[in-house]
Write a protein that binds this ligand. Structure first.
Ligand SMILES: [Zn+2]
Length: 235
């Protein structure tokens, strides 16, 4: 199973629904039970900015320390967390999650730039492709439903003409739409907000909305932060 869920939900700090791509939303409790059996799945993280867009993504090898003995095979777990979450979390409050929290903190303090590979390389590496999958989700042609995982990493400025292999010069395009770009006379460019605009040979523009990776969180503060002290006395 593939599941996208907030770290704070798994830690029991909130009860936001999780997403099962292709199936729909599910409750926090179902998500926690599923995750406990998904320790063999591939785990990815997406560190989100305040608007819900991913500014860092990567592979997570650490797991919580008490797995369900009944483990499922395969699967994909995508953990979402706000950039500010990790500072507010205390590992001692979540002993089973210590290794995961330490790994995420290391990832956040390390270099979060997903495009840190040779920009002159012909092809995007695993890390860069994973980042494109998480930030775009689908082929960027607006009418296309192909998931980004089934797409090519297409260069906006063609590699053969000096276009770099970087996050901002790549987008996911399925083989059909990729061919429209390379041989069909379509042009493709990236807007300032990160969306991709396709322009047909007749000059018509098509832009796909790019929803945030997760809905913006009104208050990502963990629960214990509300226990700071007594309310000030009434005036
Ligand atoms: Zn497509």
């Amino acid at each position: 199973v593939e599941i996208r869920v907030g770290l704070s939900t798994l830690l029991g700090l909130d009860d936001k629904p999780a997403d099962l791509p292709g199936l729909g939303p599910t409750t926090a409790q179902v998500a926690r039970n599923l995750i406990a059996r998904q320790h063999r799945a591939e785990w990815r993280y997406a560190i989100l900015d305040p608007t819900g867009y991913a500014h860092a993504t990567g592979l997570l090898r650490a797991r919580p320390s008490r797995p369900d003995p009944d483990q499922a095979d395969g699967g994909l777990v995508e953990l979402h967390l706000a950039a500010t979450d990790l500072h507010a979390l205390t590992a001692s409050d979540h002993p089973d999650w210590t290794a995961v929290l330490q790994a995420l903190t290391r990832a956040q303090n390390a270099d979060p730039d997903p495009s840190r590979q040779q920009p002159t390389a012909r092809y995007a590496g695993t890390r860069l492709r994973r980042h494109l999958h998480i930030t775009h989700r689908h082929c960027t042609m607006p009418t296309c439903r192909r998931p980004a995982t089934a797409c090519d990493a297409d260069h906006l400025h063609q590699h053969a003409r000096g276009g770099p292999t970087t996050e901002t010069n790549l987008h996911p395009a399925c083989p059909t739409d990729h061919a429209l770009h390379t041989r069909g006379g379509w042009t493709v460019h990236r807007n300032k907000n990160g969306t991709i605009t396709w322009t047909s040979p007749l000059g018509r523009h098509h832009t796909r909305d790019q929803p945030p990776v997760a809905e913006p969180l009104p208050d990502p503060q963990p629960r214990h932060h509300t226990e700071r002290g007594p309310d000030p006395p009434p005036q």
